[in-house]
Design a protein around this ligand. Structure first.
Ligand SMILES: NC(=O)c1ccc[n+]([C@@H]2O[C@H](COP(=O)([O-])OP(=O)(O)OC[C@H]3O[C@@H](n4cnc5c(N)ncnc54)[C@H](O)[C@@H]3O)[C@@H](O)[C@H]2O)c1
Length: 345
């Protein structure tokens, strides 16, 4: 007889990173319950994909609702809770921060409290439920132009945007619940992700789809902002390893060792599109430098030495290969992204 499948609850499992994580967990033998409010960021095609795995039940609900969370914890009976539900788009947070404060801060508080209450009621004599907090390198702020310094687990927090401030606050809540209530928590601060099923408001899918349709490619400022890109499958594997063999109370910085300027990324997308679907004018001509976003961080970069050494994790997909595959995914999945874009124009 095969051993029972471990059980996970994934909040935000219908989003970009959450869905990659669910697929990673199911493939590795877990049974998953997803709690997701199905906001604009969760596509119908993603929900269908998760259901088709046969090892994932999806519950539509809001992490800010205490009763919902209590019921979901009972139904999921989880050994690990991965908390990925969040409002995530920096531009939206600048236009209106209120959902960011409420979902990312109050929502995280409610999830922590639900996990704590469930542990206290149901978990005598069992290994404690693990809480894996999916966070970002944006909590560390700005490394400025150039230089060799990188973020690691000792870097002080200095968030710049309402989004990153709300995520920084949620990290502090998670640490406080570990210290005060002895919750088993692990925090993952990851760099910029890319890959399939990312909502087309984020840089890479937006540029792919605009370039495909011959629309302008707006790039903030001089396009010299540097991000450290990681394929979403490599992030999902890191999260699974953190749950399976990581240490309670530990933070892990995760990144791809792939620093690129935004302008470089957009140019690469143009060249890939020109190769796949040649156009009389090269797509680079569509690039337009536009007024910069307020408070725009110049550079992020991660030193992932800890997770590499302790959990034997390293990125498996190079940026060049991953970007080409991502572009092909969007070209081959119009039915996934057309409803996403038309609903928000
Ligand atoms: N995208 C990146 O590059 C990146 C990098 C590092 C960390 N992160 C973090 O990873 C997590 C997931 O990011 P993503 O890019 O997949 O985001 P996403 O916007 O694609 O998905 C977020 C998901 O959360 C759900 N959600 C939002 N509010 C909710 C609520 N109140 N209750 C229940 N569900 C709710 C949405 O429906 C959606 O499915 C976030 O916490 C983000 O901060 C993202």
């Amino acid at each position: 007889m095969s051993p029972p499948r471990p059980r996970a609850l994934v909040t935000g499992g219908a989003g970009f990173i959450g869905s990659a994580l669910v697929l990673e967990l199911v493939t590795a033998g877990w049974t998953v319950t997803v709690l997701d409010q199905l906001t604009y960021a969760a596509a119908a095609g993603t929900v269908a994909l998760l259901k088709a795995t046969g090892h994932c039940q999806l519950i539509k609900g809001d992490i800010r609702n205490r009763n919902t969370l209590r019921d979901v914890m009972e139904r999921a009976n989880p050994e690990a809770v991965f908390h990925a539900a969040a409002e995530t788009h920096v531009d939206r947070s600048i236009n209106s921060a209120s959902d960011f404060i409420s979902t990312n801060l109050t929502g995280t508080f409610e999830v922590l409290e639900a996990v704590r209450a469930w542990r206290d009621q149901h978990q005598t004599g069992q290994p404690p439920v693990r809480f894996i907090h999916v966070s970002t390198d944006e909590v560390f702020g700005d490394l400025g132009d150039g230089g060799a310094s990188r973020f690691d687990e000792t870097t002080p927090y200095a968030p710049s945007s309402p989004y990153s401030a709300s995520k920084a606050g949620s990290d502090h809540l998670v640490r406080a619940w570990a210290r005060t209530y002895e919750l088993d928590v692990r925090i993952c601060n990851c760099s910029n992700n890319y890959g399939p099923r990312q909502f087309p408001e984020k840089l890479i899918p937006r540029m792919i789809l605009n370039g495909l349709e011959g629309r302008p490619l707006p790039v903030y400022g001089d396009g010299g902002q540097i991000r450290d890109w990681l394929h979403v499958h490599d992030h999902a594997r890191a999260l699974r390893l953190i749950a399976e063999i990581g240490q309670a109370g530990r933070t892990y910085c995760v990144g791809g060792d792939t620093e690129r300027t935004n302008l470089d990324v957009v140019r690469k997308i143009c060249d890939l599109l020109d190769k796949r679907l040649p156009h009389k004018t090269p797509r680079r001509a569509l690039i337009e430098l536009v007024a910069d976003r307020p408070g725009h961080d110049r550079r992020y970069a991660i030193d992932a030495a800890r997770i590499r050494a302790e959990l034997s994790w390293s990125p498996s997909i190079s940026f060049e290969t991953g970007l080409a595959r991502t572009l092909d995914w969007y070209l081959n999945h119009a039915s996934w992204w057309i409803p996403s874009t038309s609903a928000h124009e």
